[in-house]
Design a protein around this ligand. Sequence first.
Ligand code: NAD
Length: 257
Amino acid sequence: MGLMSGKKVVIFGVANKRSIAWGIAQALQREGAQLALNYQNERMEGSVRKLAADLPADTFLGACDVTVAGDIDRFYDRLGREFGPIDGMVHCIAFAKHEELGGNFVNTSWEGYQLAQQVSAWSLVGLAKGAAPLMEGRQGAMVCLSYYGAEKVVPNYNVMGVAKAALECSTRYLANDLGPRGIRVNAISAGPIKTVSAMGVADFSSLLDNMAQKSPLRRNVDQGDVGNAALFLLSPLAAGVTGQTLYVDAGYSIMGA
Ligand SMILES: NC(=O)c1ccc[n+]([C@@H]2O[C@H](COP(=O)([O-])OP(=O)(O)OC[C@H]3O[C@@H](n4cnc5c(N)ncnc54)[C@H](O)[C@@H]3O)[C@@H](O)[C@H]2O)c1
């Protein structure tokens, strides 16, 4: 019996085998969860279907672009009909325009600011609203992915740092709203990991080098480290934990100098 045997979890944000969402999917699958995977659009469908070929045949796959009006409702409607009630929801979605992820934050455009907030922060609220009715009476749990740039200035992270601050704050408000319905909501603040999205941040490799040299564990974290932490937060082992941001960063965030 795995930690997640008999549990159903929907995961948003799988793009390819480097995605943090895929690391989480693998940890959940290893512990017996039945999975539903979302991909953003047709362009992503092929790579996600290829990955899902390694998962059991009852894995649900569906498209949802959080910026397309009605997509979230359509996704959950189909999920409810074809996959049934759920015990977990994982939010691994973020986006900002390339030009907003480098240079001076003061140059952030309104369009870029708005888009980063919509995709990277508001989408947690929209996806939580859709997931909650499917979790009714099941002690459900939700997890989203943040980064240290939410609380401290990280060069080039810029508009995404502001969006992550909103994401972490949304986590706390959602935890308070949904707690009386037995639903927990937590965030993971992960250290830098080489993924497609991360490579959009200017000079990203220096963040990796810095963490490997300066974190207490003197290493970077990977998709497996985050997958295991998400597994914990989604499992009954974390039944008393909600509204928190858990650092999976080799201890980097405790350092003052
Ligand atoms: N890689 C890192 O260093 C790192 C560190 C901390 C937190 N995170 C966070 O982890 C999460 C996953 O990112 P990742 O690094 O695995 O990169 P990734 O590129 O593999 O995943 C990002 C996902 O967001 C999805 N997405 C973007 N716009 C969307 C939209 N409009 N609708 C639906 N989906 C959309 C993409 O399709 C993709 O699947 C993000 O929230 C990211 O900010 C990443």
